[in-house]
Ligand binder design. Sequence first.
Ligand SMILES: C[S@@+](CC[C@H](N)C(=O)[O-])C[C@H]1O[C@@H](n2cnc3c(N)ncnc32)[C@H](O)[C@@H]1O
Length: 298
Amino acid sequence: MVSRRALYDECIALLSSAGKESADFDALCIFQDILGDKNPLFLPLEPVPEELAGRIKKLTAERADGYPLQYLLGKWEFYGLDFYVGEGVLIPRPDTETLVDQVIDLCRENKLAAPVIIDLCSGSGCIAIALEKHIPSAEVHAVEISEKALGYLRKNKELNSSGIHIHEGDVLSSVTAEALPQADIIVSNPPYLTAQDMSELEKEVTCEPALALFGGNDGLGFYRAITAVWRKHLRAGGFIAYEFGMGQHNDVRDILLSGGFNDVTFRKDGAGIIRTAAAKKAAIMTQRHVDRSAITHS
Ligand SMILES: C[S@@+](CC[C@H](N)C(=O)[O-])C[C@H]1O[C@@H](n2cnc3c(N)ncnc32)[C@H](O)[C@@H]1O
């Protein structure tokens, strides 16, 4: 039987030769997953039973071939919580934690004691469930269209003993909006890649569903539609909060300002990229020019 250390070195060599910069981390995660041991290299000479070694080698080969580590492990952490992931659902990204932070701060700063929050394009449910856990008085709804993603959403609700309300529906349709209660906050990380982005995806990302990625030719289709459809389902003085891609912040701000929102506030993610925006529902919906002075950064 091969020792843990020797097998680990073999896996690192395979991952490194495939150009995986995260070879050490990937190998460690695979070892932890298969051996069920948080510190698999603490006992480097411990022999690895053949069946387990075979499974480790298989996962390592798939990873070296460009399959997402998160799908191989079947679970991934977001905002300190575990979420089931696999083909058919977007892998929760650390950038999206910025959106959760911004919504939690909105509730605190505006003293929203028991807010109704609707998470559109909910996918795994990472945003909805993280918000529910951190704002226990909130009533949180999650809307998703994909059957496969809904399967993960339901399992993640159970995994986290969550009380969120799940709705199958198309966020682009006012029929979906009319079936939900009036909200204090609409939050969404919708698909936002452009047609050009879709033609240049890294191999790993091609494993994720196109439905979760493609936001129309210019990537902004969901922001236009959600802003227009859901504004009237927000209470007076309610908020909308979006995540978007690098460089899309000016366009999203313009969509919000011309769509009946003001007080746009941006947030940067951990890499310093402007990643999210929140805006307040304006009292009156007026067709006006975009007011660039209404922007603040936090
Ligand atoms: C970018 S992913 C975000 C998933 C999750 N909120 C997150 O942050 O990880 C977008 C999600 O929108 C869903 N979606 C795409 N079109 C939709 C539509 N018309 N109505 C509802 N959900 C939609 C996709 O299936 C996908 O789960």
